[in-house]
Design a protein around this ligand. Structure first.
Ligand SMILES: Cc1cc2nc3c(=O)[nH]c(=O)nc-3n(C[C@H](O)[C@H](O)[C@H](O)COP(=O)(O)OP(=O)(O)OC[C@H]3O[C@@H](n4cnc5c(N)ncnc54)[C@H](O)[C@@H]3O)c2cc1C
Length: 67
């Protein structure tokens, strides 16, 4: 049996900003979610690592804090 034999409600392709947030919200709504990404976990991307005000507010709304 492969690890993909288990059924899920939703498969999200892309595990970065949009995909991770979408998967989190779907899981919080009670769905079983599979997140797929072609990159390995922890793979970084080009970024200035700046978090905009709107992003900070959204994280707070989701109950996530910046450590
Ligand atoms: C140089 C640079 C600097 C930036 N600096 C900032 C910053 O400081 N602050 C900020 O807020 N934003 C910044 N951004 C913008 C930010 O990177 C993007 O807005 C954000 O990454 C978009 O997230 P996303 O999840 O939509 O897409 P992405 O981050 O592109 O993630 C998409 C994911 O989907 C995966 N994927 C795609 N196709 C497939 C497939 N067919 N199968 C499997 N997996 C797949 C990819 O591997 C990737 O992990 C910057 C962008 C650039 C280019």
């Amino acid at each position: 049996m492969s690890s993909f034999d288990r059924s899920v409600d939703v498969a999200v392709v892309g595990a970065r900003a949009a995909g991770a947030a979408t998967a989190m919200l779907l899981a919080k709504a009670g769905l079983s979610v599979l997140v797929l990404d072609r990159d390995r976990p922890g793979t970084d991307t080009l970024s200035t690592h700046a978090l905009m005000r709107g992003g900070v507010r959204q994280l707070h709304r989701w109950g996530l804090s910046i450590g």
